[in-house]
Write a protein that binds this ligand. Sequence first.
Ligand SMILES: NC(=O)C1=CN([C@@H]2O[C@H](COP(=O)(O)OP(=O)(O)OC[C@H]3O[C@@H](n4cnc5c(N)ncnc54)[C@H](OP(=O)(O)O)[C@@H]3O)[C@@H](O)[C@H]2O)[C@H](O)CC1
Ligand SMILES: [K+]
Length: 503
Amino acid sequence: MKILSAGQIREIDAKTIHYEGISSLELMKHAAGAFYDWFTKKYTDKNDAILILSGVGNNGGDGLMVARLLHKAGYRVQACVVEYSENYTEDCAHNVRRVKAENIPFKRITKEKEIPNFSEYDILIDALFGTGLSREITGIAAEVIKKMNESGKTIVSIDVPGGLFPDKKTTFAVEADETVTFQIPKLALYLPDNYRFVGNVTIVNIGLSEKAIAEASTNRYLIEKKDIRELLKPLSKFAHKGTQGHALIIGGSLGKTGTVCLASKAALKTGCGLVSAYLPKCGTPVIQTHFPEAMAIEDDNSAFITHIDYDISPNAIGIGIGMGKREETQHAFYRFLQKNALPMVIDADGLNILSLHPEWLDLLPPKTILTPHPKELSRLIGEWSDDYEKIEKATAFAQKYRLIVIIKGAYSLIIDSDNLYVNDSGTPALATAGSGDVLTGIIASLLAQGYEPGHAARVGVYLHGLTANLTQQTIHPRSFVASDIIDNIGNAYFTIENGMIKK
Ligand SMILES: NC(=O)C1=CN([C@@H]2O[C@H](COP(=O)(O)OP(=O)(O)OC[C@H]3O[C@@H](n4cnc5c(N)ncnc54)[C@H](OP(=O)(O)O)[C@@H]3O)[C@@H](O)[C@H]2O)[C@H](O)CC1
Ligand SMILES: [K+]
């Protein structure tokens, strides 16, 4: 699904009105209706006192239309317009008149003392500003937002939290629990700096013209289940272990051989035919006991890797996890990079070693996948002042070395040449020890199965996230461990292929 800028969304808005021959008020009706449907499914108690805080633009118009729908359905509603400007849009002014005509409690707020006492309400709906935000918020709107954020009440934002710039850094905005955004994802909703403003994001369809959306060009996408379904390779009736690819997982050191076990098991569960694990001697009994399907190749050293030599012919490599950064291991890694031309995913200490020797990055085959978490990324590309700069720097880095970079996070970002993909499968439960090792194994497996690296990155990240969505139905997020991810890889495939279990 395309991620678009505020300007592009405005254009699609206008084109929809033109192409579909509908009025802007009708489009607003669709938007308000879609919000209303979502809201009434989630908040079913009609005794909840709901305060709707609208602005004077079309986002405010949406809010007032939502007030009318909720009032009609029997909810306890108080509508307000925070009059930060006298320039009401036509559709907002229309809805003010309708709210008054329908005898819905209504109030204008122009100064601080007119701000209602938020403690009298259960839910605050924010319709202050949407994608039309053009400057920092000051005056009465800022006062209202400050009080909303201090209220401790549930806040639900319409389209975007009021004050959130869709395309650039935000420092002050409504801190919503839920954001219900209209049809087109905005990048700002998925950036870690903005999580405190956005809360959970839900996308609802409002009937924008598909033709208009198709005409908008972008290189930013939100990954959808159907995209992943299209990327999945069909399982051949004649598949056997020799045709499904051979992944080699290289890593581990004394006390950290479990990383390789997790990655190897994840690789096999993701569908490659064979998995070998290269680890120091201490790892062999561990992997053979816990995971007999894997073949172990031992380093000469008992506690850490000192050379990476093997006489097998894998199709892809996953390297770096639990490996440590000892001098001998660094040299072994260097010699390995000098001769390796296979598709590869590098994580953890592999990344840390590369940040100590940036000149080695030139040795990586094009489209090698790096999977840093933010700290590992900063070691590779330096610090950034905000998420936008982070994306800019990571993109320049990925392009310079022709790499694919996966920035791990609540929403992982995949940078593949000019393109940015945002993944929204997954839950906070994924922030568990070993979760990254599992991702390495999943991606190595997909590479071994012949997936183009860009596809392996997207399918891998999506599958990995989906396992958490599935597991949370039976296991509490606090109790979630990396092995649960592995156990659910098969279910994640089912979900993608059949749409059996909804995300
Ligand atoms: N296609 C869709 O998704 C649809 C979206 N809808 C809704 O419309 C809003 C966008 O509405 P818009 O009228 O463009 O703008 P806002 O409501 O976000 O903002 C209102 C006006 O406020 C002014 N402004 C901007 N920043 C500030 C500020 N810091 N302080 C004071 N005033 C500010 C600005 O006007 P200016 O001329 O002063 O710049 C805005 O115009 C979208 O988010 C959806 O909720 C439709 O309902 C359906 C289709
Ligand atoms: K809003």
